[in-house]
Ligand binder design. Structure first.
Ligand code: ATP
Length: 282
């Protein structure tokens, strides 16, 4: 079989159950494959040219070599007429964004900080892999939560396909502001590990406040100017732990070189988790 392609799964091995998510460029279904509960992602192929699809196959191949407890397990891919299909493990509690915004769910600060650390471990693994993976789309809806409240990052490695799609979308509507996008990415399309760190800063704020970042912004142009020129960031509440405030503010620093690495983020969170546990019992 094709050595440059992803592990092949035959279409008839997949059974589709209910729809569990809709992303910006495809639909995600619950399903079964080889006796396992899986998530099946359908990407609409007609939007992409041959070069993009070749890049996609290459990235999918690299994804298939990444194993880490905080990274959603990639199981295989196949194509059915008009569509690319990606099969991953099913992460049962769905995405962190939905969980954070559900007020009925109790999430002590300690647990939320532990979840942030899980995500950081996953992203750190991508940054330390060879070749380096820059995720490019770190956000709370790409963080999945399992039955033990462990967080797994999903949706890495699809960047080639996504950037293309996002450009198409931006032209057709001003919706979908890039809330998690680092200023240098918005301005110059410069992606590297530190742009993931910026996005993680916004996610940390969201995990802390359980609110939607930049919710008062409606227009893309004004939003860009606010973040890139005026260096506006979401307000950190005054009662926030000092150690956590410092970490959040370092992550979203306007200067990419001043942002911490994920190694540093993990060790900062190790301490913050302890502070959070103490503040929870107070
Ligand atoms: P975007 O480009 O906006 O990130 P997308 O098309 O890449 O979207 P995903 O973010 O991968 O789509 O998935 C959309 C939603 O589907 C997720 O937010 C999550 O709720 C659900 N989902 C995706 N993968 C899984 C999985 N493995 N297990 C459980 N739920 C999943």
């Amino acid at each position: 079989s094709d050595k440059s392609g992803p592990p092949e799964i035959r279409p008839e091995e997949i059974t589709f159950e209910e729809l569990i998510g809709t992303g910006s460029f495809g639909k995600v279904y619950k399903g079964r494959c080889r006796q396992k509960a899986v998530a099946v992602k359908l990407l609409h192929k007609q939007n992409y040219d041959a070069a993009t699809l070749a890049a996609f196959r290459k990235e999918v191949h690299l994804m298939s070599k990444i194993y880490h407890p905080n990274i959603c397990l990639f199981m295989g891919a196949c194509t059915i007429p008009g569509k690319c299909v990606i099969v991953t493990e099913l992460v049962p509690k769905g995405n962190l964004e939905t969980l954070l915004h559900d007020e009925k769910i109790q999430l002590p600060l300690y647990l939320r900080m532990k979840m942030a650390r899980d995500a950081a471990l996953g992203i750190n693994w991508l940054h330390e892999s060879n070749p380096v993976f820059v995720h490019r789309d770190v956000k709370s809806s790409n963080l999945l939560v399992d039955e033990n409240m462990q967080v797994k990052i999903c949706d890495f490695g699809l960047s080639a396909l996504k950037q293309k799609h996002k450009m198409l979308k931006d032209q057709s509507s001003a919706k979908g502001t890039p809330l998690y996008m680092a200023p240098e990415v918005m301005m110059f399309k410069e992606f590297n590990e530190s742009s993931d760190v910026y996005s993680f800063g916004i996610v940390l704020w969201e995990i802390l406040t359980r609110k939607e970042p930049f919710s008062h912004h409606r227009e893309l142009e004004k939003f860009r100017e606010a973040v890139c020129v005026k260096h506006e960031r979401p307000p950190v509440p005054p009662e926030c732990l000092e150690s956590l405030r410092r970490l959040i503010e370092r992550c979203w620093d306007k200067d990419p070189l001043r942002r911490p690495s994920f190694k540093e983020i993990i060790s900062a969170l190790d301490h913050i988790i302890v502070d959070a546990a103490i503040s929870d019992v107070r």
